[in-house]
Design a protein around this ligand. Structure first.
Ligand code: FAD
Length: 265
């Protein structure tokens, strides 16, 4: 069984710097961490590997990312926690991708790895926040997508069963493999790396591919392949100060009404 976990490097703080020219996030790599939803995705993959492995099945977990060269450091951390290997798509031509170009590039990486039984993504990334990549990958692979998995009940070599979130609550669904699954952050807690895992991660294979190596069409990658572009991003200015309203409740309400009316809303 082959499981691919999509792992995005995201800024570790809320102090995100934006490139004022391209309006994309400055990913200097210094503070990047694994998107928390993807840590959960990895843990679910490792649990399937543990369970199926105990039943004698060979399960391979590959972590896949599109990002700057420093992202290899995060993929190796995933390997230290139990993944088998990694693939990093890294090329300036991938930069500035919207969700369409990102899911296209990742699907090329997936095709390069062969036909997976299961692709697991986080439900969303904490920086981009669109929650579109998993369903888009499923569309590109022509595979069923189980989104917002809250609890994975079972996954063997032929199907998966899981509780997923809906607008109305949760529902239990079953999908045949190959499939794509996106997971909620609280579905599992990623295990710590073991000492053996850390040592193995230093020697484990992490393939790095550029656009040509991934067999991707450069016209569908990065800014060139992105019909959606962020026109402007900014941190909203917070108004400081304020006014105290004194007096009895009725007087306060009267003053408040005058202020609201004065706003011309
Ligand atoms: P999500 O769909 O939220 O991520 C879900 C999962 O997909 C992740 O948990 C992870 O498993 C996987 N994944 C996502 N990216 C990668 C990666 N690089 N490598 C490996 N796995 C990955 N794009 C648009 O198309 N439309 C917009 O309106 C838009 N607005 C944006 C606004 C801002 C402020 C910013 C910073 C970005 C915006 N983007 C937009 C760009 C979008 O965030 C990127 O395209 C990004 O590469 C993928 O989208 P996401 O982070 O929202 O992914």
């Amino acid at each position: 069984m082959r499981i691919i976990v999509c792992v995005k490097a995201v800024p570790s703080t809320t102090e995100v710097k934006m490139d004022p020219v391209t309006n994309t996030i400055v990913r200097d790599g210094a503070q990047s961490v694994v998107n928390p939803f993807d840590s959960t995705a990895l843990e679910l993959a490792l649990r399937i590997k543990d369970e199926r492995g105990a039943a004698g099945e060979d399960v391979r977990v590959t972590v896949l990312s599109m990002g700057i060269p420093d992202t290899e450091r995060l993929l190796r951390d995933c390997i230290a926690r139990g993944a088998d290997d990694g693939l990093l798509l890294s090329d300036r031509a991938f930069a500035g991708a919207d969700t369409l170009a990102t899911s296209y590039a990742l699907s090329c990486g997936i095709s390069h790895l062969g036909e997976p039984d299961l692709v697991i993504c986080g439900k969303m990334a904490v920086d981009g926040d669109t929650a579109q990549i998993g369903p888009e990958i499923a569309g590109l692979l022509d595979a069923p997508c189980v989104a917002d998995v809250r609890r994975l009940v079972a996954c063997d070599g032929t199907s998966l069963r899981a509780w997923r979130g809906t607008d109305a609550g949760v529902e239990l669904v079953e999908a045949p493999l190959p499939a794509v699954m996106t997971v909620a952050k609280d579905a599992a807690q990623l295990r710590m790396p073991s000492i053996c895992g850390v040592r193995a991660s230093l020697a484990a294979p992490v393939e790095v591919l550029d656009v040509a190596g991934a067999g991707a069409d450069p016209e569908r990658c990065g800014l060139a392949g992105s019909p959606t572009q962020v026109v402007r991003s900014f941190v909203p200015e917070r108004a400081s100060g304020g006014a105290w309203i004194e007096g009895a409740a009725a007087q306060q309400a009267e003053q408040l009404l005058q202020i609201v009316e004065g706003m011309g809303l």
